[in-house]
Write a protein that binds this ligand. Structure first.
Ligand code: SAM
Length: 354
């Protein structure tokens, strides 16, 4: 009996040494100081890959493949091709073995994902206009936590600017994080985990906390559990302002997370006009100043950022104002005055703006 055409086309990897055998064969001891924790259970790596949705004929970039467990699951999911980016030289021979078992389907980049130019990694013809469905391009990875958090912040900015992996359209991401970070990324209004990261991720993406992997599933076992998070960039960001401006307002509001939100808003302005402008900004945004930062919805953050953008249009010096910098300068000037007993000189330009 003939197999259905779809079945004929589907690819399965031939029998290979297990990931455990490969680790022994190439002496791939996990480097604790590099936070390397491997997944050897292919049912678990299959489960991570399923969170990306259908990968039929997809182009995938896998970040940090290590000994290649997740890579095997990606290859078995019917992808067109996978590009792996691995920093540690020791894994390259094992990855080459895997690529020989999947001819024409796997490219290996020996490099650092924090600097790798993914906008050059795939051909332009896989792109989809931003307003349409996402392209058939996915990023998947189980990276060390000290890499995955700065990386997602970098990629959120790239989503806002449609650069890097997002020159191809609304590229979807399926990534692992420390469980607490996964909870923060997906926390809803009013929840204990609501933080700067929740707003920054959710104003740009639909974010889903898929499932938690217990630490003991990894070799060696990390101190913490791991959360798998899926991101789909939104067609319209919920806050239509430059990323850096959104980041500044959100960071300041969460500065004092247990206090009323106006306390953080105050820090957006130089000391001499702080009280007056904060009151004006809260009124403009129509946000109750006594709400706590975690109680603010994204539309309320949008109203705050819009109001702050108006102040910055009126007085561009506010854009560069950072209250921590003002504190530092004050401290320095106090120390200098103590030694010279002279007046502290001209205030910074943002102060003069008030
Ligand atoms: N994905 C494999 C797994 O699930 O078993 C390995 C996971 S291990 C936690 C993280 C992998 O990311 C390691 O292979 C490590 O060498 C690699 N890695 C760490 N930092 C990286 C970076 N900046 N760029 C690319 N790869 C990196």
């Amino acid at each position: 009996m003939m197999a259905a055409p779809g079945k004929l086309a589907s690819f399965r990897l031939p029998p290979l040494p297990t990931i455990g055998e490969l680790i022994k064969l190439y002496n791939l001891r996990a480097e604790k100081q590099l936070s390397q924790n491997f997944l050897l259970d292919l049912r678990l790596t299959d489960k991570i890959v399923r969170q990306a949705g259908s990968l039929r004929d997809a182009h995938v970039c896998e970040v940090g493949p290590g000994p290649g467990g997740l890579t095997r699951s990606i290859l078995n999911a019917g992808v067109s091709d996978v590009l792996v980016v691995e920093k540690d030289t020791r894994f390259i021979p094992g990855l080459k073995l895997l690529s020989e078992a999947a001819p024409g389907k796997m490219r290996i980049v020996h490099g650092d994902i924090l600097t790798y130019r993914m906008d050059r990694g795939f051909t332009e013809n896989i792109s989809k206009p931003w307003g349409e469905d996402p392209p058939n391009l996915h990023i998947i990875g189980n990276l060390p936590f000290n890499v995955s958090t700065p990386l997602i912040i970098k990629w959120l900015e790239a989503i806002a600017n449609r650069t890097g992996p997002f020159v191809y359209g609304r590229t979807r991401l399926t990534l692992t994080f420390q469980k607490e970070v996964a909870e923060r990324l997906t926390a809803s209004t009013g929840s204990k985990q609501r933080s700067r990261l929740s707003i920054m991720a959710q104003y740009l993406c639909t974010v889903r906390n898929c499932f938690t992997i217990p630490g003991q599933a990894f070799i060696p076992k990390p101190e913490v559990d791991v959360g798998v998070v899926h991101f789909t960039p939104l067609v319209q960001p919920q806050i239509p302002q430059p990323f850096k401006l959104v980041e500044k307002v959100v960071r300041n509001v969460f500065q004092f997370r247990r206090k009323h939100c106006y306390k953080g808003v105050e820090m957006l302005f130089p000391e001499m006009c702080r009280l007056e402008l904060t009151q004006e900004m809260m009124q403009k945004a129509d946000v109750d100043p006594t709400l706590r930062p975690a109680e603010l919805t994204i539309p309320q953050f949008r109203a705050l950022v819009d109001a702050y953008a108006q102040f910055c249009d009126r007085e561009p010096a506010f854009l560069g104002y950072e209250f921590r910098e003002e504190l530092r300068l004050k401290h320095l000037s106090k120390r200098r005055n103590k030694t010279t007993a002279k007046p502290s000189g001209t205030p910074p330009s943002s102060q003069r703006a008030c």
